[in-house]
Design a protein around this ligand. Structure first.
Ligand code: NHW
Ligand code: EN5
Length: 388
């Protein structure tokens, strides 16, 4: 069934329920001297090409490859449209490896036709903090599909991760592969219902008019929580403390230090937004919320070319109820002209989604670990990891 994935150190469907298997690495590391030294062979018209994302023209080539060939919904109505600034942010966290930004180009035209990337991360699974690669942006040009190029890209990124003495990875996908550690659902909160209906992202509910729908999703003009403000550089230490304490509650979560928080959570216009609650009395930082910006191209619509979507990222509440915090995030997203606010049912999200008028989407997101077994998997609410 899975000619490629059957050969890889991932949980196999046949292992489900095998009590003799324990949590942890599926296979041990090999000595670095035994890691294959040269790149896997590609069909002869193509060559490997390590992408330097400092180079604006290269970044723009990667942007176009993804804008035209990356993930679509099941009815091919929308396609993710990660911005160049977002890609630079996503691919250059602290201690990133340039060799993990892997392109394939046509030898003759030099055109970029495929890509896969990894970035380093420390991820905790139960009690163990493991150095991993987060793999993302796997893409093969539409004209080169179903030629078994994807397994070559995956083997090549695996080889380059091994060269850095890292033996595990985390990744997500909308498709089922052997074997998810958990399966999450996307939920959507309309901010601009009329546009969402016009582009076919959502439908007018039964017995609903457009004006009733607009009223249903109306939000206040400004955040309600006293002391709610944008995160700044001076907040990094406080936010790191809050986030570390909070993420400790989940079975699988990133192990963020201050450098990670500065990179992943300090606001960047149209890339990532973070807000916190600073107590007006004590000036203590008590709560935190964040979202990232990922527009989608609207395919085949005469009136609109893009949907502006916010995706819930990391949220921590110690004083302000989580629901009130997320409501303020919806309010600032509306102020900033987002059309929709998306969230997964990870962490404690499930409890507030219905109350805040999110509705279930038609998409799922499966989470995977490479060369790491978590027996019986986990529930979405036990997952404290959000990948981009
Ligand atoms: S998920 C988004 C993936 N990208 C897209 O969906 C974009 C649109 N689609 C495409 O570009 C986020 C192509 O359809 C792709 C497949 C390239 C997806 N993950 O070349 P063939 C990520 O980026 C398997 C993993 O003929 P294709 C995460 C498939 O099951 N495997 O197909 C990426 C089959 O194997 P099987 C996937 O359609 C994580 C084989 O590929 C997959 O022309 C990567 C068919 O290959 C997917 N999303 O190209 C893994 N989609 O065994 C990282 C299909 O079933 C692992 N396949 O026969 C860790 C590595 C690092 C380890 C470090 C220690
Ligand atoms: C790795 N980082 O299917 C990502 N999106 O629900 C790779 N549906 O937007 C994996 N089909 O339900 C990505 N509207 C996997 C996801 C791929 C993209 C995807 C889904 C997630 C999506 C929308 C549009 C559906 C269009 C037709 C959807 C309903 C919204 C409605 C709003 C009002 C309340 C009820 C729900």
């Amino acid at each position: 069934r899975h000619k490629f994935w059957e050969t890889q150190p991932v949980g196999q469907f046949r292992d489900a329920g095998d009590a003799s298997l324990s949590d942890g690495a599926i296979e041990p590391p090999t000595p670095l001297s035994e890691v294959r030294a040269d790149p896997y062979p590609l069909p002869s018209a193509f060559e490997w090409f390590t992408c330097d994302l400092d180079d604006d023209s290269l970044l723009s080539d990667l942007y176009s490859l993804l804008a035209h060939n990356y993930v679509e919904d099941d009815e091919n109505m929308f396609r993710f449209n990660y911005s160049p600034a977002f890609l630079r942010w996503a691919l250059r966290p602290p201690s990133f490896f340039r060799s993990w930004h892997i392109g394939v180009r046509a030898k003759e035209s030099k055109k970029l036709v495929a890509f896969i990337s990894g970035v380093p991360a420390r991820i905790r699974a139960r009690d163990a903090v493991v150095r991993m690669a987060e793999i993302n942006f796997l893409c093969v040009h539409k004209k080169l599909r179903s030629k078994r190029l994807a397994p070559v890209l995956i083997r090549e990124v695996t080889r380059r991760v091994h060269q850095e003495n890292i033996w595990q990875a985390a990744y997500t996908a909308g498709v089922v592969l052997p074997t998810p550690i958990t399966t999450c659902r996307y939920w959507h909160r309309s901010l601009n219902p009329k546009k969402l209906i016009d582009v076919g992202f959502s439908r007018l509910g039964p017995r609903m008019t457009m004006s009733r729908t607009v009223r249903l999703y109306k939000l206040p003009d400004a955040p309600l929580t006293p002391g709610f403000r944008q995160m700044e550089l001076r907040d990094v230490a406080a936010v790191t403390r809050l986030l570390r304490a909070y993420l400790a509650k989940f079975v699988v979560a990133p192990d963020f230090d201050e450098m990670d928080v500065e990179h992943w959570l300090l606001p960047q216009e149209d890339v990532v937004e973070s807000y916190l609650v600073e107590s007006p009395e004590t000036h203590e930082v008590t709560d935190f919320c964040s979202f990232y910006t990922l527009p989608s191209s609207v395919l085949n619509n005469a009136n609109y070319a893009t949907l502006k979507a916010a995706y819930s990222y990391y949220n921590v509440s110690t004083k302000t109820p989580l629901q009130q915090l997320m409501n303020d995030a919806l309010i600032v997203a509306k102020q900033k002209n987002y059309d929709v606010f998306n969230a997964l049912d990870v962490m404690e999200n499930e409890s507030l989604l219905k109350e805040l008028k999110f509705g279930p989407g038609d998409g799922q997101l499966h989470y995977y670990l490479y060369n790491y077994r978590i027996r019986n998997g986990i529930k979405p609410s036990e997952l404290g990891l959000v990948l981009l």
